[in-house]
Ligand binder design. Structure first.
Ligand code: SAM
Length: 243
């Protein structure tokens, strides 16, 4: 049946995502720097700026992976605040936890293994929620956005950092060549895993463009949704508020 097919497709996607991130966890940070020529650091720094978090706040970093955003938030919210890194994949959490502990980020950070589609936190709980390069891996994005809305405090904001649609046709072409040829080749050389990086390129291409994601966030309940293109729209930062 149609429904049977959908269930299988969803399970397949979830299994593929799990396989990819178990496989890349150990090499994830190196590959991130290589693949983005280090620019992911700037995209993340910009996200932190726009989050405008303050001391004492509660922050949730969904699909937090190896914890780049979590580490930055931990310094900002200080000992009176709390940062929760949530990720579905225990290999990524393990690598993330080890990295943060090594760099002295301890005390106000906790780690929760959770699916973005059904976040195990109380209503109106977090001042800021971030999901960086995570939403495109989530099978049921609408459900995930609704779940984020529920646990965000009124007055809080959600920041979604994700690959998006390059604004210029030429950039779009260059980017296609890069992601479908160069990316899997780099994955093969560095991580001996071209399949995972092929998946990555496909998931980027399938992800909703700027306007579609903006619509989905409004649909999930977020107010004042806006986005900023970064690196010509290769990446976009969407921000939604809860009034
Ligand atoms: N946020 C980190 C960063 O920007 O470096 C990690 C991004 S990594 C590309 C994507 C992460 O999303 C992985 O750690 C993966 O395990 C996680 N993920 C995938 N599907 C998820 C889901 N349904 N719920 C929560 N996390 C998920």
């Amino acid at each position: 049946t149609h429904f049977g097919y959908e269930t299988v497709a969803k399970e397949e996607k979830a299994a593929k995502v799990a396989e990819v991130f178990h496989s890349v966890a150990g090499k994830y940070d190196v590959m991130n720097d290589l693949m983005s020529f280090g620019v992911h650091r700037l995209w993340k720094r910009y996200t932190i700026e726009r989050a405008a978090a303050r001391e004492g706040q509660k922050i949730l970093d969904i699909a937090g992976g190896t914890g780049d955003l979590t580490a930055k938030f931990s310094k900002i919210v200080g000992s009176k605040g709390q940062v929760t890194l949530a990720d579905i994949n225990d290999s990524m959490i393990k690598v993330g936890r080890a990295k943060l502990v090594d760099s002295g980020v301890v005390g106000n950070v906790d780690f929760v293994q959770a699916n973005a589609e059904c976040l195990p936190f109380p209503d109106n709980h977090f001042d800021r929620i971030t999901i960086a390069f995570g939403l495109r891996n989530v099978t049921e994005k609408e459900k995930a956005l609704q779940s984020m809305y529920r646990i965000l405090k009124p007055g809080g904001k959600l920041l979604v950092l994700e690959f998006s649609k390059p604004a210029l046709p030429l950039l779009s072409k260059v980017y296609d060549i890069y992601s479908f040829s160069l990316l899997p080749a780099m994955g093969k050389v560095v991580a001996n895993d071209s399949e995972s990086y092929k998946y990555l390129a496909e998931s980027i291409r399938m992800h909703p463009d700027q306007e579609s994601l903006k619509g989905m966030m409004s649909e999930a309940g977020f107010d004042d949704v806006e986005y900023t293109n970064l690196t010509g729209g290769v990446v976009a930062l969407h921000i939604g508020k809860k009034f």
